[in-house]
Ligand binder design. Sequence first.
Ligand code: CTP
Length: 398
Amino acid sequence: MLAGRRVVLGVTGGVAAYKAAYLARRLIERGAVVRVVMTESATKFVGPHTFAAITGSRPVVDLFDAEDVSPHTTFGRWADAVVVAPATAATLARLANGLSDDSVSATVLATAAPVVIAPAMHTEMWQHPATVANVERLESFGYHIVSPEAGALAGGDTGLGRLADPDRIADAVAAVLPGGPLTGVEVLITAGGTREPIDRVRYLGNHSSGKMGNAIAAAAARRGANVTLVTAGPGIEHPRVTIIPVDTAAEMADAAWAIAKKAEVAVMAAAVADFRPAEALDGKLRRADGPPTIDLEPTPDVLGGIAEMSPRPFLVGFAAETGALDEAIAKARRKGVDLLVANDVTAPGSGFGTETNQVTIVLPDGSTEPWSLMPKTEVAERLWDRIAELRKREGTST
Ligand code: CTP
């Protein structure tokens, strides 16, 4: 969602400043027009000419030495979004207190556009109560913080504090800009494999990694949707994705059914256990007691519950199959979905835990559309394109 959007990139003085050049490049690759403001100390780590070459425009460093008499207000008004990356601890403190004594803080103070801040510093500085309080204050202004990652830091040590990946920061910039095709649309997604307790330490589970559901959630959020991701898997960080972590099918059902009432689209990508132990042991099953007999009972059908709602969201089901498509075609009719994504989890490069997937779209009329093997992220994008076409045909605008 960055095509033609105007982004001011503020670079401050940390060793991660060199990565801001990659961020500028990523933003431009996504279609944004980028202008750079830098602090004096940022120029000790990366030269203004690097940004001039990448963006086609000379960065503003000294507010008093620019051609424009008031570059911070000009940039502040021009920007559709402002992103500060890397933001040092000193910059966070400056911004949290409304100071405007360098080109970056002055630009942030002078803008009404959404602001994204990607801090980078040593772990001790990031975890210092002063920084924690500054970050909270910045969030209370409505600024979006792209939290740093764990990894190698300057000086040879490792820990939390490394600048987030430039793609993550670019995602956050895209997310704060209104205007995607799913803007304002409430989307429910289930993901991951549920875990049904046998005793306090063991469970019945499956091989689902949650990657497909996460990719679908990220793609919807990128298009402007407000996403609720009910997941038994790892989840994702995105300003427009709310995560509801669950373990069991029953927990997933409770959360998903509540959200489905206000959702316009529901995508059921979770691998939900169909059966659970009728009684989970409070303690631990002991080896000495010999092999247990475990009675199973059915779990709630999360998708089935949503299919019965009236009105109900546009409903997408998944079917993990291990062979021919006949069962998926029957399922598409039986389950009351608008679209079923069938994948053969035994096919090479497809299914649980892989980065790629080969799926076939099955519609309730029995028609099938096999898609070639592609990254799960690409499947997610194409799925939203297909959902948009079908919803348009039904008379909904997105
Ligand atoms: N599903 C669900 N709740 C369940 C079981 C499945 O919401 N308790 C959803 C899945 O998220 C998926 C779809 O239903 O979107 C189909 O799941 P699948 O396990 O393939 O369907 P089943 O009806 O359980 O069929 P099968 O006989 O193959 O087990």
